[in-house]
Design a protein around this ligand. Structure first.
Ligand code: GTR
Length: 326
């Protein structure tokens, strides 16, 4: 093969691999821990399509799914320094960085999905989005993260007592460590990508997550007892690196913001469908789902977590506003 032919072949392969991204003036690289097809991944892709259309192909988004760019905590760092342009993460790993994200990460802070949507879609949500900016991020939109419940490989959990002494993985935030301590369990904060093998090898007994993550991560294969106690409803956030943001014109910034907002209803529709599909898959695989659970003792046990983490007037004010939202 001649050199020219080789170059043409390589170029064509490049076009096929990256698709329309090659035609774009600027391609924003976006990270997600979830696999292709997961609602958050698809929602950011949908946002990218809107952006491409609205800028006539000048701005595009490429989603690096399946933690290709790293585990959430590391990708947050990389986003801060502009190595990654955009990131879709849970607000949990942001807790120690952006104080305001703590209030929506508190156990049982939301009464229902509707309550959570009202809060995140309204002025409280806007205030939390703005809170990212001094820390090197631009908050673009919130996505759903469902309700998180406990699962483990040992036994069905039917009460707080059953959790005593269990080793449970949590996301890397002090709130979740204190939450497990308050329930009498041993919290093991670790990256999401290490949970499967840690359960499999007995390093931990279990973890906690929503239906789609419990399913897509395969954790149900190694931890078959899933208790629907729904202690957390932590929204997810799509952020952009402030340094990438500052390179855009004011007009493009507005277009990015709008495209992100317009992806929210798409995300919510995908989420509802995926929750059902994941539940069906996990149940069919033989998971033992405990639905008959009294949540009150779990709720009551959370007082020390609120006392420890909601101390400043700022956070107290936010919690009061969330609780007062009808
Ligand atoms: C999922 C969430 C991820 C990640 C993961 C975890 O529900 O969508 O962003 O935070 O939980 O437990 O680490």
């Amino acid at each position: 093969m001649t050199f020219l032919k080789m170059t043409a072949t390589a170029l064509l392969a490049g076009v096929l691999m990256t698709g329309s991204a090659l035609a774009c003036e600027t391609t924003l690289r976006s990270s997600d821990t979830h696999p292709d097809g997961y609602p958050t991944v698809e929602a950011v892709k949908a946002m990218g399509k809107l952006l491409e259309e609205r800028t006539k192909g000048r701005l595009c988004v490429e989603v690096f799914h399946s933690a290709q760019l790293g585990q959430e905590k590391d990708t947050i760092e990389q986003t801060k320094f502009g190595v990654i342009d955009m990131n879709r993460v849970s607000m949990g790993p942001f807790n120690n960085l952006v104080e305001e994200t703590k209030v929506v990460s508190l156990p049982f802070i939301f009464r229902s999905t509707d309550h959570m949507h009202k809060v995140m879609d309204g002025p409280i949500g806007e205030d939390i989005l703005k809170a990212f900016e001094p820390h090197g991020f631009v908050g673009l939109a919130f996505f759903d993260g469902g309700s998180r419940s406990f699962y483990n490989s040992k036994k069905p959990i039917t009460s707080v007592d059953d959790l005593k002494g269990m080793k449970v993985r949590v996301m890397q935030s002090d709130i979740f460590v204190d939450m497990m301590t308050a329930l009498g369990a041993n919290a093991t904060p670790m990256p999401y990508g290490e949970v499967y093998s840690s359960i499999q090898t007995g390093v931990i007994d279990g973890a906690e997550n929503n239906w789609p993550s419990f399913e897509s991560s395969g954790h149900f294969e190694v931890a078959k007892y899933y208790t629907l106690n729904q202690h957390l409803m932590v929204p997810e956030v799509l952020v952009m690196s402030k340094s990438s943001w500052d390179k855009l014109s004011a007009e493009d910034q507005a277009t990015v913001r709008q495209a992100a907002k317009d992806a929210v209803p798409i995300m919510r529709e995908l989420w509802v469908a995926r929750e059902k599909a994941s539940e069906a898959k996990v149940r069919a695989a033989g998971a033992q789902v405990i639905t008959d659970i009294d949540k009150k003792p779990f709720i009551d046990a959370m007082k020390p977590v609120y006392d420890k983490h909601v101390t400043s007037d700022k956070l107290k004010g936010l919690v009061a506003r969330i609780q007062a939202t009808e």
